[in-house]
Design a protein around this ligand. Sequence first.
Ligand code: ACO
Length: 170
Amino acid sequence: QARLPAGHVLRPLARTDNQLRANTSFLKTLEVLTTVGTIADADFQKRFTYLQQHNDQYFTIVIEDMNGPVGSPSEGSLVAPGRGKIVAAGTVLVERKFIHELGLVGHIEDIAVSADQQGKKLGLRIIETLKAIGEQVGCYKVILDCSEKNVPFYVKCGFERKGVEMGWYV
Ligand code: ACO
């Protein structure tokens, strides 16, 4: 936490993170990546429960910004009083292999920093933490796919170019 900007807290995703300030929840943060769509809270809860049941496989972390006014009445019923807003998020997914003597591989996915908080090293802190989680659970490597324009960011985070990403979209 010491290396985060003042008032920022890095922690695991919580069930209530869909209910922080209406326009600054976890799902809103992910919109810097792509379309998130409309997700009913009940469906968010179901997905969260799945991740919780597989908490040796899915590690989703967020950075919450506690600065500024929280829980003002104008923000409506989706406000959890005393909470801040989610400004960054990321996941490491642990794959269980047969090769490398039942090796574990960490896959980093869905790294997102709110547009107005980019450039404050929040992305770097998210990646450092996901790498540390991967290492602690015993992964022999942690990998990710990204666009060409994000290569310099991941190089700064200690990654190097390997292979080629391929995709097939249904
Ligand atoms: N080009 C060059 N350098 C960059 C770039 C870039 N596009 N982005 C960051 N950096 C550098 C920074 O200047 C900084 O360098 P420094 O230590 O010399 O000052 C270092 O990388 C760390 O940057 P952060 O401040 O931690 O970056 P930020 O918090 O803005 O997060 C991120 C970077 C995640 C790419 C953010 O801009 C973002 O959310 N972008 C939109 C969504 C996105 O593209 N996500 C990644 C998808 S790939 C995936 O999810 C596996």
